[in-house]
Design a protein around this ligand. Structure first.
Ligand code: HEM
Length: 148
């Protein structure tokens, strides 16, 4: 017996289930990226104010948060691309909100990419954080507009 989605039974995982799982992971990664982006401006000045001791104690924490946030962006992109592959086609680009979402993501990815190069010193951490924050908000807004 098949239902409307073409599944043969309740036990069988459908592409819809995989899509939902990917969307769930997408939101989880978004939580991580956004939380780190919000906590950093509160954490960094306090760490710096504590001097060498502060850097010894909190340095590994802020480094770990920063690595995890970058990994979560990677997870966002991977799950996003997979969801598009499962449910949409290239016609999605005709939706200006989707195109705008991708433009914001390009800004975030470019910033993170630069952070791995010697140019990272050219962007003060505060500016980097603000740009990423604005682009994240823009991405979420465009995602909601694009898909609802
Ligand atoms: C910084 C990176 C990203 C953020 C913050 C983000 C944010 C979001 C949010 C908030 C939603 C939920 C929208 C809703 O259900 O109303 C969403 C869904 C989605 N995103 Fe992303 N996203 C990111 C990257 C990507 C990328 C790179 C792609 C694809 C190339 C992508 C494709 C999708 C798709 C296909 C959905 C689900 C649409 C649906 O429910 O049918 N996302 N994203």
């Amino acid at each position: 017996m098949t239902d409307k989605a073409g599944s043969t039974g309740p036990q069988e995982a459908s592409m819809d289930d995989i899509f939902r799982l990917l969307l769930f992971i997408h939101f989880g990664a978004l939580l991580f990226a956004a939380t780190t982006n919000l906590i950093m401006p509160a954490l960094m000045p306090r760490m710096m104010a504590l001097g060498a001791e502060g850097r010894t104690i909190l340095g590994p924490l802020t480094r770990q948060l920063s690595i995890n946030a970058r990994l979560s962006l990677l997870v966002l992109v991977l799950t996003g691309v997979l969801m598009v592959a499962i449910r949409y086609d290239t016609g999605l680009w005709a939706n200006p909100w989707f195109a705008a979402k991708m433009a914001f993501i390009a800004v975030i990815t470019l910033g993170i990419g630069l952070s791995f190069t010697p140019w990272s010193r050219a962007i003060p951490p505060k500016v980097f954080g603000s740009i990423t924050r604005i682009a994240l908000v823009g991405t979420i807004f465009c995602a909601v507009m694009a898909f609802n």
